[in-house]
Design a protein around this ligand. Structure first.
Ligand code: ZN
Ligand code: ZN
Length: 304
């Protein structure tokens, strides 16, 4: 299995259009030791099979152009065989509407996520331009399914979606019921049994811990370093918990809670632009590295 990190930033990316925080300013001024990041998505491939996108960020067009293996090989073609969604947050789904140019898409999503995206949403009809434009496939909780392309051919990637504590997308608050299938982690496996877990939004690692046996690589929610990262400098009233992200560095944060994880590679992704661990020379980055963690960057390749 090959994993390509297409985007390692949280919602807004790095830099974020309306943010003048220290990190965003550093990236804009070309300072060394901190990289720009697009929004959260990975691409996964088994051998010579097609690429499977996990999440489809608002930056998907840039992400495709930045990675030649996702370029078309015919006048109308895409090496993307299927797309799996982890939740309905706009930073994970908005890119779908940028892929509207009449090409068959295969979409794996839980019932709750699919309903949130395709019901009561006038824009969704742009993905129904012809019969079979989007093939909807179920993403059941706790059951492994084969990811197949539009013709039903297996990509060689199998996935188990597990509910992890999170929250309903902001635009569905008060409209759709909160249910466990609104936010899932993806456990990906290839034919050789190599396995990766991709959990880019989670507020409690207790939902992840019991399922790490046999997992070679864990990609985990690294959105915020501390609970008051946005509220302290007055960037927002919300704390990390309010946005359903377990902070990395706080007491009781993911760094502490995962200290005994026995996963060979542990990688933080979905990193907000305010997170101090984005700065390579920061004490926070040193703490993460000392604990055996890596910090994802766009274009990172993981070979299993
Ligand atoms: Zn997100
Ligand atoms: Zn910023």
């Amino acid at each position: 299995m090959r994993i390509r990190v297409l985007g390692s930033g949280a919602g807004g990316g790095v830099p974020q259009w309306n943010c003048g925080c220290e990190n965003c300013r550093a990236v804009r001024s070309g300072q060394l030791g901190i990289e720009a990041r697009t929004q959260d998505s990975i691409a996964v491939r088994n051998g010579h099979g097609g690429w499977v996108l996990c999440n489809c960020s608002p930056d998907v067009l840039r992400q495709i152009e930045a990675f030649d293996e996702l370029h078309p090989r015919a006048p109308r073609h895409s090496p993307i065989s299927a797309i799996i969604l982890t939740n309905g947050d706009l930073d994970h789904v908005l890119g779908l509407f940028s892929l509207r140019e009449s090409y068959p898409l295969v979409l794996y999503a839980t019932d709750g996520v699919r309903r949130g995206l395709f019901e009561q949403n006038a824009i969704a009809s742009t993905l129904a331009r012809f019969e079979g434009h989007v093939t909807h496939r179920a993403l059941p909780l706790g059951t492994e399914v084969s990811i197949d392309d539009a013709r039903g051919e297996p990509t060689g990637i199998r996935v188990t979606a597990r509910p992890v504590r999170g929250k309903i997308p902001v635009h569905l608050e008060g409209i759709a019921p909160s249910s466990p299938d609104q936010n899932v982690g993806l456990w990906l496996r290839d034919a050789t049994g190599k396995a990766a877990a991709y959990v880019s939004a989670v507020s409690d690692v207790a939902d992840v811990t019991p399922h790490l046996g046999g997992v070679d690589v864990l990609l985990l929610d690294g959105t915020f370093w501390s609970s008051d990262e946005l509220s302290r400098p007055g960037l927002s009233k919300a704390r990390a918990e309010d946005m359903a992200h377990l902070p990395v560095g706080d007491p009781g944060g993911s760094l502490e809670l995962t200290a005994r994880f026995e996963v060979r590679r542990r990688i933080y992704t979905h990193i907000n632009n305010t997170n101090p661990m984005l700065v390579e020379a920061s004490p926070e980055r040193h703490a993460v590295k000392a604990a055996g963690w890596e910090v994802a960057n766009d274009g990172m390749e993981i070979l299993l």
